[in-house]
Design a protein. Structure first.
Length: 137
């Protein structure tokens, strides 16, 4: 049985960025069987790649549509927000990080790949945060 794997925004951004080492790691991650992202992650990808001028607007749109087709997209519901608020309080995380973790939990993910969250931390006894770049060079 394959586990669902959630990827944070930075994984998508690095998959199209100039940093070759991180790009290779991100691209390999995105080739896993079941990748899950949330509307927040795709929205942040669009905002970051435009704001930092990583991609031209037409390429941002092209990649965003590709990601929407390729990956499982969560739904952000009232329950997702309630779970995020609990995580925010319990683990003393930002609301936005907590919302990502809540989406991953609701999608039965066992791992969240992120450069920004605390690597090795386990959320609710079943969701592990992994920094895929920590050992990549």
């Amino acid at each position: 049985m394959n586990d669902n794997l959630f990827v944070d925004t930075n994984i998508l951004v690095y998959s199209v960025a100039d940093d070759l080492r991180k790009r290779v790691v991100a691209e390999e991650l995105l080739m896993q069987d079941v990748i899950v992202i949330s509307p927040q992650v795709i929205s942040e990808f669009v905002a970051v790649t435009l704001r930092k001028r990583i991609l031209e607007p037409t390429k941002v749109t092209e990649y965003a549509r590709k990601f929407l087709r390729a990956f499982q997209i969560t739904v952000t519901s009232a329950e997702t927000i309630a779970i995020a608020l609990e995580i925010m309080t319990k683990y003393r995380l930002s609301y936005w990080d907590s919302l990502i973790l809540a989406a991953a939990l609701e999608s039965s993910c066992s791992v969240v790949y992120s450069e920004d969250l605390q690597a090795g931390q386990v959320i609710e006894g079943r969701l592990t945060i992994v920094n895929p770049f920590a050992s990549a060079g």
